[in-house]
Design a protein around this ligand. Sequence first.
Ligand SMILES: [Zn+2]
Ligand SMILES: [Zn+2]
Length: 136
Amino acid sequence: MTNYITLLKKNDLKATIQRTSILKSIDHAGHINIDEIYEDVKEQHPALSLATIYKNIILMQQNNVIIEVPMNGEKSKFELKKDDHIHLICQHCGEIQDSKITKEKEQILNIKNFQLNNAQINLYGVCQKCQRISLK
Ligand SMILES: [Zn+2]
Ligand SMILES: [Zn+2]
C-alpha cells in the first residue's frame, strides 16, 4: 500500500485531501482516465469539481507523482509513477497491462549515443480475453 502523503511530500507537493483521494483512485484502478477518477472521487467528496481534479492531475504529473498514458483515439489514462515499463493496450476493451522492460527488450530498443532518462512504450493490440471472445 502506497503512502500517498509521503509520495506527495517527496515530490514537493502539499498533501491535500483532493490529491490523496485522486492518488488512491489511480492506485486502486492501476490505469484510469480523468472521468473515471472523477466518478470515483465524487463518491467520497461530492463537492470536488472536475476542474479541480484536472488541475491537480496536471500538477502531480509535472511533479512526477503520476504519469499520463496516451490512448489511441481515447482519453489518456493516468497511473502512479513506477519504474519504466511497457504498456500492452487492448484496442477492444481498453485494458492496460504492465510489462517489465527486461535486458532483452532493452536490446530491442537498440539505443546508442543517447542518454535515456525515461521511457514510455505503448503497444496496441488485442488482449487475451478479447481474443477468446472474438473466436466464439
Ligand atoms: Zn481486451
Ligand atoms: Zn502502467
